[in-house]
Design a protein around this ligand. Structure first.
Ligand SMILES: [Zn+2]
Length: 417
């Protein structure tokens, strides 16, 4: 029976399907309504995929969105400290980077964030877990800015705003109260960084504070863990244990975990089992630091692993544009994941894996799912990573993206309008 669709994507290729095995995808009322070799019916918008890939849109589970484009505001010492000497000075880099927060104001953060989110939209990155620093210097300026940008982009790019205690909780007077205020203002996720506390007891108290708050707001937890070249750091294990103890399995997400690269292998294996019991996924961003989580081993043990953009031109990383294909392309080299199977895994790590990790309901390219899709101008994953250009078409919430509007926002943010 002929149907009337809002959008019909013709002659697309699904991931994993054979050459020339093309399908049509029909979209109606914000959802994928039909997938078949040939769909009868009309559509308000017809898109010819020309035999190229049609997949889920991209998900960025980790971005310091309040800091984007702040690198020109500071000297480059933090960059040198974070990346130098086997990450031995990562703690000082956080302290150096913290200086910029004395200038934090909602107004300019909103402008920078808009530019980054518009870039995300153009690259088909339609879901972002976005971190906003909360501490005595940043106060609530970053959180307020990201909540504003979240509300502005709702239905185009969906943001989860993380109230993030970047400078610690026990070592940062007032941080716990500010986190509470940030959640009450409307932040979506509680963010911690227990490894920067000065003692193991303080790290444990930091973790407990985050879970207390998350449970009182019914929210997820996202923590930056063990982000230095120190094999004695163990806050990933501590967070996983706390998630199990509180019945918060599947609600706590781990980021960075770079010290894992220095752990003895038997410990990594035990840790992987613990992460599976706790439903803790790991977000890694191997392009933003010289050490990284042990992706292949974790995956072999069944742990969910995702890739994040992490930073865009801030104290820790020079480049970035919310292009997850670019992030996957960089990861392919840094993780030595080059086979077709590896590249398919990397593609999962920027789509379906982070969608599950940040608890996006019903995400996927299947009938009945919310229509968040990209139509690429390449026929398979290897070619998609090779060129890592923006998709030919982006569909968010069942609607074609207004790319001209997004490009104008990017230009305005860059001072080019
Ligand atoms: Zn980060």
């Amino acid at each position: 029976m002929a149907q009337a669709f809002d959008i019909a994507i013709r002659s697309g290729r699904l991931r994993g399907s054979a050459d020339r095995q093309h399908v049509d995808v029909g979209i109606k009322d914000g959802r994928v309504a039909a997938i078949a070799p040939r769909l009868d019916g009309t559509a308000a918008t017809e898109i010819d995929a020309g035999g190229n890939l049609v997949t889920e849109s991209f998900v960025n589970p980790h971005l310091h969105l309040c800091k984007v484009w702040t690198l020109p505001m500071m000297e480059e010492e933090a960059l040198r400290a974070y990346q130098g000497e086997g990450m031995g000075a990562a703690l000082s880099s956080i302290e150096l980077a913290s200086k910029v927060k004395e200038k934090y104001a909602e107004g300019w953060i909103v402008e920078n964030a808009r530019r980054a989110v518009a870039l995300a939209a153009l690259h088909g990155t339609l879901h972002i877990r976005a971190f906003a620093d909360v501490d005595s210097k940043a106060r609530l300026e970053g959180v307020k800015a990201l909540i504003r940008v979240r509300d502005e982009f709702r239905g185009i790019v969906d943001l989860q705003v993380v109230a993030f205690a970047q400078d610690g909780i026990m070592r940062e007077p007032g941080a716990a109260d500010l986190l509470q205020e940030a959640m009450a203002l409307g932040a979506d996720v509680v963010g911690g960084i227990p490894w920067i506390e000065l003692t193991a007891d303080d790290a444990a108290a930091h973790i407990r504070t985050c879970f207390d708050l998350a449970q009182s707001f019914g929210s997820d937890v996202s923590m930056l863990l063990d982000d230095a070249g120190d094999p004695s750091l163990r806050t990933l294990e501590m967070m996983a244990v706390e998630a199990i103890r509180r019945g918060w399995q599947g609600r706590a997400l781990a980021h960075h975990c770079r010290a894992m690269s220095l752990y003895p292998t038997p410990y990594v294996q035990r840790l992987a089992r613990l992460l599976n019991t706790a439903g803790v996924a790991v977000v890694t961003d191997p392009h933003t630091g010289p050490l990284h989580a042990r992706v292949k081993e974790l995956r072999a043990e069944g742990v969910r692993v995702c890739l994040g953009q992490d930073d865009i031109s801030d104290a820790y990383y020079t480049f970035g544009r919310n292009n997850m294909l670019e992030v996957a392309f960089l990861a392919a080299h840094l993780l030595w994941m080059m086979t077709r199977q590896d590249v398919a895994a990397l593609y999962d790590m920027i789509t379906v894996e982070p969608a599950r990790a940040i608890n996006l309901a019903g995400f996927g390219l299947s009938v009945g799912a919310p229509a968040h899709l990209v139509v690429l101008d390449r026929p398979d994953e290897v070619e998609a990573l090779r060129y890592h250009g923006p998709p030919a078409h982006v569909v968010s919430h069942g609607k074609p993206l207004d790319a001209a509007k997004m490009r104008a926002m990017v230009a305005a943010g860059a001072g080019l309008a």
